[in-house]
Design a protein around this ligand. Structure first.
Ligand SMILES: *Cc1c(COP(=O)(O)O)cnc(C)c1O
Length: 370
């Protein structure tokens, strides 16, 4: 077989550990998974009743144009239907965009560390990858501008950024967009948009009207609690959408996914409640970090990256054996940190109790010079 050479350099995506496998391995009754930034409160009840009361014909292909969802979302965002594209999760949109614009003669610019799929897809397409290190957890927008060359086809921005939780303030984003050459597509991944509360957080939809080279990606996987149904969307001017559409698989969003997303949009209270409870949860972690002199990035998301000054895998393993699945920072570019998804109040309390014990033990060890 003559596989694409670059494919041989890649490993498949390593998802957070599954609850069942951890239960079996460590013989635990209860597992709390705070590893993949899923919503600890599930999804809106309106979604559950919509899925129960509708009959979806399993033998029938889904609506390839996602007509109902498109109408609902266009009204919800106050955009035209032609300004929307749907994906099997926003992961799928990252793939579609990469497929449409990247090739061995093109380059692409992204931050590092950031969401892994920009690079993964760029590698598959054989593009030249230019990674610009974060500065104090933030995108180095000047550095990214300088990295753009005549072959650059895509610049990726992740705001709020995964895994740091930090966002790009409006002024910085706007002056960046003013400086990017118009033939370069700027992808603004806003998977955590609904969790962001900063006062200088921008209105990205308005920006897609002003900047003809901007596409915004959002998802129903995070605050809407529909990760298993795989629904993401992109917002951009109709010319960008029309150019991308041929690279999209015809039936990429399932019938259940479309139904669920429409119902999810109708429950604003659920989203507002989740956002509010999430802020309180973050406060639990902030307080813990301050009490224990641990550094962290202030987060606009539903996760927090905490630096333990210890091998991240060790912290991860300690928590795992006590029933908490988090993400070691090692694979995320922060080898002494772990990334923790904010859970319910009780889940956070439980996890923090274990972490306190971890710190106590490791400080005793350090004291003993181990
Ligand atoms: C979770 C996440 C995604 C992927 O979301 P899906 O819609 O489930 O594919 C995309 N970007 C970032 C930054 C994420 O954290």
């Amino acid at each position: 077989m003559r596989w694409k050479e670059q494919l041989l350099t890649l490993t498949p995506y390593q998802p957070g550990k599954s609850i069942d496998s951890v239960k079996r391995q460590y013989n635990l009754d209860q597992i709390v998974k705070l590893a993949s930034n899923e919503n600890p409160f599930g999804c809106s009840k309106k979604v559950l009743s919509a899925l129960q009361s509708h009959e979806v014909g399993f033998a029938i292909y889904p609506d390839g144009y996602a007509t109902n969802l498109r109408e609902s979302l266009a009204a919800f965002l106050r955009v035209e239907q032609e300004e929307l594209i749907f994906g099997n999760g926003s992961d799928n949109l990252i793939q579609i965009i990469s497929r449409a614009l990247l090739h061995p003669d093109a380059s692409t610019v992204m931050a590092a560390p950031t969401f892994s799929q920009y690079k993964h897809n760029a590698v598959i397409e054989g593009a030249v990858i230019k990674e610009v290190p974060l500065v104090n957890g933030d995108h180095d927008l000047d550095g990214m501008l300088q990295a753009i060359d005549e072959k650059t086809n895509i610049v990726w921005l992740c705001s709020p950024n995964n895994p740091t939780g930090t966002y790009i303030p409006e002024n910085n984003l706007v002056s960046f967009l003013d400086s990017v050459p118009p033939e370069v597509l700027v992808v603004l991944d806003e998977a955590y948009f609904e969790y962001a509360v900063a006062v200088d957080y921008y209105d990205s939809i308005v920006l897609t009207r002003k900047y003809q080279n901007l596409i915004v990606l959002r998802t129903f996987s995070k605050i809407y609690g529909l990760a298993s149904l795989r629904i993401g969307y992109g917002v951009a001017n109709p010319k960008i959408i029309a150019a991308l559409e041929p690279a999209r698989e015809p039936f990429n969003v399932s019938s259940f996914g479309q139904l669920a997303a429409v119902a999810a949009l109708s429950d604003k209270e659920f989203v507002e409640e989740c956002q509010m409870v999430n802020r309180k949860g973050l406060e639990q972690y902030y307080q813990f970090c301050e009490q224990n002199q641990l550094t962290y990035y202030p987060s606009q998301t539903n996760f927090i990256l905490i630096d333990f000054n210890e091998d991240g895998d060790k912290v991860f393993q300690y928590l795992l054996e006590r029933g908490y699945i988090v993400r070691s920072g090692k694979a995320l570019g922060f080898p002494t940190s772990v990334r923790i998804t904010v859970g319910s109040f009780e889940q956070n309390e439980g996890l923090l109790k274990v972490l306190k014990e971890f710190l106590r033990e490791s400080r005793v060890e350090q004291h003993q010079g181990k």
